[in-house]
Design a protein around this ligand. Structure first.
Ligand code: GLN
Length: 349
């Protein structure tokens, strides 16, 4: 069935719908990974976004139910040039199309995603809708105007606190939409985990007396999470704190730093980052639309993006606080940055 993407600036792209055909609205962002679409689809940080894949063939190894980053698809829509009709991989359980139907999410194929990406690069990230081809333009514009991704974190966080047993360090995880591979990365290191919902207060965290507090990735604008920031402020000086992506941004804000929105974000598993401490360059996996543009006082920059020079990691000079903007847990993407978890755990009590 014919369907189209309409962008906030009025530009339209016509293609064919797949999955569950229904109208959807979100922030349109692009991802430059050649692989890893399954992890992208289930990464809760994409909640509220319509993701465009720049790589032209998506779905060729199908979908399995092991590599998921959360229990279901979190993107609001997915746009590809060509969706592979006949996936081939020994782990494949369902095709992309079947997976989208199961999750009741719409996909759009047959789009020149590189042309679309150029528009997003020039004009910046913007809202968009995927609608049936005969949808009225004014209605589509109204959908975009009414769209808000506020409270996204509270839609993807765990509803209840839970524990994962382990013999090693006890990590309190603030779940803002945590990717499963972050959990797996701590489990692999023997950690005991207590995972808290985003509304948990600092008192609940301190009650379990963790060796380390971890602030997870998650969707939306970090500045909107003022209550969370207040809780983090209370934990500073009491417990070592580490964070990834949204967690990194929240640490910066809690210490008096500043975040801003990037014009079109960093999304993909091929982003070069320089570790300034090791003086080495790593290829990293990334998914963020915001960044720390001013590090707090007494904090040093440990990593920078080699694409645009923005801050990708920071460490406090006096307190046990360390965070990165990119995704060291990989999946999708290179595993070379796994060492960051060891660095995190060195700070544990
Ligand atoms: N992956 C993340 O944690 C993303 C953080 C934040 N929502 C951003 O877009 O910058």
């Amino acid at each position: 069935m014919k369907a189209k993407l309409i962008l906030e600036n009025g530009i339209e792209f016509i293609g064919n719908a797949f999955g569950d055909l229904q109208e959807t609205v979100g922030e349109v962002v692009f991802n430059t990974g050649m692989t890893g679409y399954q992890e992208v689809l289930t990464d809760p940080s994409y909640y509220g976004q319509i993701v465009v894949m720049t790589y032209p063939l998506i779905g060729n190894y199908g979908i399995n139910f092991e590599d998921i980053e959360s229990e279901k698809i979190k993107v609001k829509g997915f746009i590809v040039k060509e969706k592979c009709k006949f996936p081939s991989n020994f782990r494949c359980e369902v095709s992309l199309d079947e997976y989208f139907k199961l999750n009741k999410i719409v996909g759009l194929e047959g789009i020149d995603t590189r042309a679309l990406t150029k528009i997003l690069r020039d004009a910046g990230t913007m809202r968009g809708v995927i609608v049936p081809a005969d949808c009225n333009f004014d209605r589509a514009m109204e959908m975009m105007q009414n769209f808000s991704n506020k409270d996204a974190v509270f839609k993807v966080t765990t509803k209840q606190k839970y524990q994962i047993e382990g013999k090693g360090k006890h990590v309190a995880v603030y779940d803002f939409g945590v990717k499963q591979n972050i959990i797996r990365s701590f489990i692999k290191r023997g950690c005991r985990l207590t995972v808290f919902p985003a509304i948990a207060s600092y008192k609940e965290i301190l009650e379990v007396n963790p060796d380390l507090v971890f602030l997870s990735n998650g969707p939306g604008d970090p500045e909107e999470l003022q209550d969370v920031i207040q809780n983090i402020k209370e934990l500073i000086n009491k417990k070592p704190i580490v964070g990834i992506c949204l967690g990194h941004q929240l640490i910066a804000l809690s210490l008096g730093g500043r975040t801003k929105k990037l014009k079109y974000g960093h999304r993909g598993c091929n982003h070069p980052v320089k570790d300034l401490v090791k003086n080495k360059i790593y290829i990293t996996s990334q998914n963020h639309g915001y960044y720390v543009d001013l590090v707090p006082e007494d904090t040093e920059v440990t990593h920078i993006s080699l694409n645009d020079g923005t801050i990708e990691g920071m460490r406090h000079k006096k307190l046990p606080i360390y965070s990165v903007q990119f995704h060291p847990e990989a999946c999708p993407g290179p595993k070379d940055n796994d060492y960051i978890f060891d660095e995190f755990l060195k700070l544990a009590l």
